[in-house]
Write a protein that binds this ligand. Sequence first.
Ligand SMILES: N[C@@H](CCC(=O)N[C@@H](CS)C(=O)NCC(=O)O)C(=O)O
Length: 230
Amino acid sequence: MPHFRLISFELCPYVQRCVVTLREKKIPHEVDYVELGDRPDWFVEMSPLGKVPVLEVTRDNGEKVVLFESVVINEYLDEVTEGNMLPADPLERAHCRAWIEFGNALLSDAFTVTSVEDEAELAKILAKLGDKLDRLEREIKGGPFFLGAEVSLVDAAMTPALQRLTWANEIHPPLALFAARPKVAGLWRALAERESVQGSAPKDLRQQFDKMVGRDRGGYRSIVGARVAA
Ligand SMILES: N[C@@H](CCC(=O)N[C@@H](CS)C(=O)NCC(=O)O)C(=O)O
């Protein structure tokens, strides 16, 4: 087995996806943290897009290969370890990859919903988000996870978005993101119970999230954040 070194930034939702996979599959690895506001030279040199996560893979012969992009890292980790977090059938695998891409869009919307500054913007993003959550609700068949009883890479990819949307909804209940979407709500509840998810982010992530969405962003607070501050 190669040696795995994950380059992380503690609050990064994309890193979190890889940590879920590493923990789900109990893959030995080391973690190095970087401050994105003060990037060390070795990280600038190593990371082609200047982003985390990066996975440095050291082969048995000492050769190092750098992987980047959370989705790519997760598929590689799944392929080189016991068990499968994607189906064997090519069509089903492709279908999962498509929904992983959907998870990227969901994460982007989750960020927007915590940073909008007025009601009109909030209504726009809620319409987009509502459509996505409705589609996800229809896609989850038996649950509790995306593919059913077993956790998959789709679930790992959705984890950070569902966690942040759940918190945003708790802070600002009128968002009503989950009330009419019991399967999506159930998916997050099932994920939140897993050790892999519980250990995927710093223990104080919720407090940091509240601070982040409540923080003064260039003169305004997000609508969600205003509730934290109130
Ligand atoms: N598509 C990338 C996104 C990674 C990403 O945006 N990471 C953020 C931190 S959460 C980052 O490193 N940002 C630094 C930058 O964009 O310069 C992935 O899935 O890994």
